[in-house]
Unconditional design. Structure first.
Length: 96
């Protein structure tokens, strides 16, 4: 298992800051629950870890910055599975 470290991570959409200065270290085998009201930034933080949205700060897996990893290696280390998955139109089955 890997460790995950977040150092002063922030996410911003336009001028709206939705995550500010999130710092936490998850050691191998530990769990973290993100709890908060709608719009608190929980999903944005998870998307930042997965590289889906741009972020500030540092995100490290096993002490190595994810930003320096290739997209394929990052995908092998971190996965994001939304509650309601969105399938791209070109991948949806035809209804004809």
């Amino acid at each position: 298992m890997s460790s995950l470290e977040l150092r002063d991570v922030g996410v911003q959409y336009g001028k709206r800051e939705v995550v500010r200065g999130f710092t936490h270290l998850l050691r191998s085998g530990e769990w973290l629950g993100l709890i908060g009201p709608n719009g608190a930034g929980k999903s944005s933080l998870l998307k930042a870890i997965a590289g889906i949205v741009p972020s500030r700060g540092e995100i490290l897996v096993d002490d190595a910055p994810l930003s320096l990893r290739s997209r394929s290696r990052r995908a092998a280390l971190v996965a994001y599975v939304p509650q309601v998955p969105l399938m791209p139109e070109r991948l949806k089955p035809s209804t004809r």
